[in-house]
Structure formats: structure tokens, C-alpha cells
Ligand binder design. Structure first.
Ligand code: MRU
Length: 384
């Protein structure tokens, strides 16, 4: 299919839902054309899909062995899917919760057209209890809550429109971050990423992997390294799969090999996503990110965090106030359902850590880049 598009980010946003590899963007602005074509060439993955009247989530627990979507029509099942990691990654969790609110509203309105708004409050709480660290979850629930208050009659059409908007805005933000982040990277660079901050963790294209996609398209990246990312192996299972889908080669290393990799001069940029950024620029992300930031500083490697402004939580002064999720120790003591650790061993399983702002070279958002982040720079960006 070929379609003409006039110059404007808004139109690209709206039309993104139609974009496929057989889709040609035509614009009179050459930079926009090449940008749009470039981005969409490496943009084949969508983990969250609204299909007719229900939500479909790509089951990320079984990737890459199996590629399977699960259908959802019930908000509790959606919240459970977030908690159980069917869907994961901060922006993806927020988008999923937004669609969960649509399903909740449909049920509550069918039960009682006059009382749905009060009844749905319980569903907001159930969704909010699914995972504590990614602030995008609470951001999306709040946005959907606000939307609910202005609705007359059947809430589903309006809420569905809002959930679609959250999804589309996320993808547009990722395109923009990809472009901005790539501008920081010199040609001939090798990069290291952690966990999965890709299309799978967002509406599409990804944050950290969006930057890698864009820089790779521009021919700037020679090698992509990825930490395995214990214990859920998001690097080995998801990041490796995602990059290979796009034809981008990737070399995995154990989390413990990162220092040695840097010591060999094999990494110029560490590029990661975030689950929550505090007002002072401290960054919560997958456990092991802080290790990388310390190592990067020691080896003179640059450290980039790519995250939409929906990940910035101005109500949290510093990383000390970010709630860090602890998950079942079985995730460490076992692997693939098989007991791994010595019987009797205990385990500690915080799944996120906080990287202090002073170890971060750049936070890349859709609104712009904050170099050497601090409170006043983050405040400035958020008020723009
Ligand atoms: O436990 P997960 O897989 O949800 O953790 C995901 C991460 O830590 C990502 O790096 C983060 O959410 C950013 S995703 C764009």
C-alpha cells in the first residue's frame, strides 16, 4: 500500500497504526521522509494489540521459543498479566493498564449504567497493585481516571480512544527519542544494553532499542552487546530476539562480563531504559543497571537513559523514594521451573536498582535531551 502523507508529526502519529513494511511515507520535507522511512524499516514488532473488542498481549514469558498472543476481556486478568510478566517494560505496562480500564468500564457500565464510575474505582486499585516500580502504570491509570470523569453515557468508546492515544503517543515518543539519542552517538560506536527496553517493552520501536534502531539505520553502530539480564533473561530472550527480527546482529554476554567487555574497549555507550526517573535525575531500571553505570564511569564509557516523560515522576525527589519491587526468590533459586540453587540456600530478589544522576551522561526524552541531569534541568524539561 502506498499513501501520501503531508509533513507533520501528528499525521505520522495517527498513521502509525497503519504502518507496515509495505507502506511508503511521502513528504516534501526530505529529512522527514528519510527519518520516517528509516524508522519504519526497523519497526516490525507490536506487543499490545486491540483486536475488535478485546485486548491481545504477546506472551513474553515464552518468547523466543513460542510467539503467541493471549486474549483478554477482563480487567483482573489484565492486571494479573502485568504482575506475571506476560507484558513487561514500563511503557508497555502503562499502555496495557489503559486498555484494562476500557475492559473494566465496559463491565461496570453493563452492570449498572448509573454507578459504573464509583464501581470502577476498585478496578483502578487492582491494576495499580500489579507492579510497584514502573511509574508509567500509575501515570496511565491517572490519565484514564481523569478521562472517566468527563464521560456521559457509555464510557467505552471514549476510553478506547484515550487508550489508543496513549499507545500512539508512546510510539511517536520512541521515534523522537530514537532520533535524538542517535544524534549523540559517533559513527563506529559499539553499544551495550541491559534488560529489554525495546518494542516489546513499549507500544513499539522501543526506548533504548529505539535509539539503537535509529543509530544502526544511520550506519553509526558497529556492534550491539546485550547483557543476559538475570533472572528473567530479558536480554537473552527478548532483546536478542527483537534485534534479530530487525536484522540487527547482537552479541550476548553474562551480566558479570560487562566490566571485562568495557575493559577491552568494546563499548562506547551503555544505553538503557527506565522504570522511573526521580525529579533529581536518579534513574530506576532493571537490577544490574547501577552496576553498569559504575563500570561505565570507571572505564570512560558514556551512559545514556532513554525514557519518555511519562517515566519521569516529579513527585519523587530522589531515587531513595522510588519503591523497588522484590519478586519471588524462586526466580533466582530455579531456572525454567528446575531447581538450580543448593537446597536450603536463601535468595534476595530486588528486580530494579537506582542509578544516581551523577553517573548518567544523558537522559533522552521525546521533549529533548538532558545532559548531566539534575533537579533544575529535569524541572526545566518538564515545564517546557
Ligand atoms: O521487569 P521488567 O522486564 O518489566 O523490567 C523492564 C525494565 O527494566 C526496562 O528497562 C524498563 O522498563 C524500560 S522499558 C522501555
Amino acid at each position: 500500500m502506498k499513501q501520501k502523507i503531508q509533513d507533520s508529526w501528528e499525521q505520522i502519529q495517527v498513521l502509525d497504526s497503519l504502518v507496515g513494511n509495505d507502506y511508503l511515507l511521502v513528504s516534501t520535507d526530505r529529512s522527514l521522509v528519510s527519518y520516517a522511512v528509516m524508522t519504519h524499516q526497523l519497526d516490525s514488532i507490536r506487543p499490545i494489540v486491540w483486536q475488535d473488542d478485546h485486548l491481545e498481549l504477546l506472551d513474553q514469558r515464552i518468547l523466543p521459543t513460542e510467539y503467541q498472543f493471549i486474549s483478554y476481556t477482563d480487567v483482573h486478568a489484565v492486571a494479573d498479566a502485568i504482575r506475571d510478566m506476560v507484558v513487561r517494560g514500563a511503557p508497555a505496562i502503562g499502555i496495557t493498564a489503559a486498555y484494562g480500564v476500557v475492559l473494566a468500564a465496559r463491565k461496570r457500565y453493563a452492570e449498572s449504567a448509573g454507578n459504573w464510575l464509583s464501581a470502577i474505582q476498585e478496578d483502578f486499585e487492582y491494576l495499580a497493585a500489579s507492579r510497584p516500580t514502573a511509574v508509567n502504570l500509575f501515570w496511565a491509570i491517572e490519565r484514564m481516571k481523569q478521562c472517566c470523569t468527563n464521560i456521559k453515557g457509555d464510557p467505552e468508546p471514549r476510553l478506547l480512544q484515550e487508550a489508543h492515544a496513549i499507545l500512539q503517543e508512546d510510539i511517536a515518543a520512541n521515534y523522537r527519542m530514537g532520533e535524538l539519542g542517535a544524534s549523540l552517538i559517533d559513527a563506529g560506536s559499539s553499544v551495550l544494553t541491559h534488560c529489554n527496553a525495546g518494542a516489546l517493552a513499549t507500544g513499539g520501536y522501543g526506548t533504548a532499542l529505539g535509539v539503537i534502531r535509529s543509530a544502526y539505520s544511520q550506519g553509526k553502530i558497529t556492534e550491539v552487546h546485550a547483557d543476559e539480564t538475570r533472572p528473567w533473561m530479558q536480554g537473552a530472550r527478548l532483546t536478542a530476539w527483537e534485534l534479530l527480527q530487525e536484522g540487527i546482529s547482537v552479541e550476548l554476554n553474562t551480566d558479570g562480563a560487562a566490566a571485562w567487555l568495557m575493559k577491552q574497549g568494546k563499548v562506547q555507550w551503555v544505553i538503557v531504559g527506565s522504570d522511573r526517573i526521580a525529579a533529581n535525575g536518579d534513574v530506576a531500571n532493571k537490577i544490574g543497571t547501577y552496576n553498569l553505570a559504575v563500570l561505565a564511569k570507571h572505564h570512560g564509557v558514556k551512559f545514556m537513559v532513554a525514557a519518555p516523560t511519562s517515566t519521569i515522576d516529579m513527585s519523587v525527589a530522589s531515587g531513595e523514594d522510588i519503591p523497588i519491587e522484590s519478586r519471588d526468590t524462586a526466580e533466582i533459586l530455579s531456572l525454567g521451573g528446575q531447581r538450580l540453587a543448593a537446597e536450603g540456600a536463601g535468595a534476595w530478589n530486588p528486580v530494579f536498582d537506582v542509578t544516581p544522576a551523577e553517573l548518567v551522561d544523558a537522559i533522552v526524552t521525546e521533549k529533548g535531551i538532558i545532559e548531566k541531569p539534575n533537579l533544575s534541568k529535569v524541572k526545566q524539561l518538564m515545564s517546557d
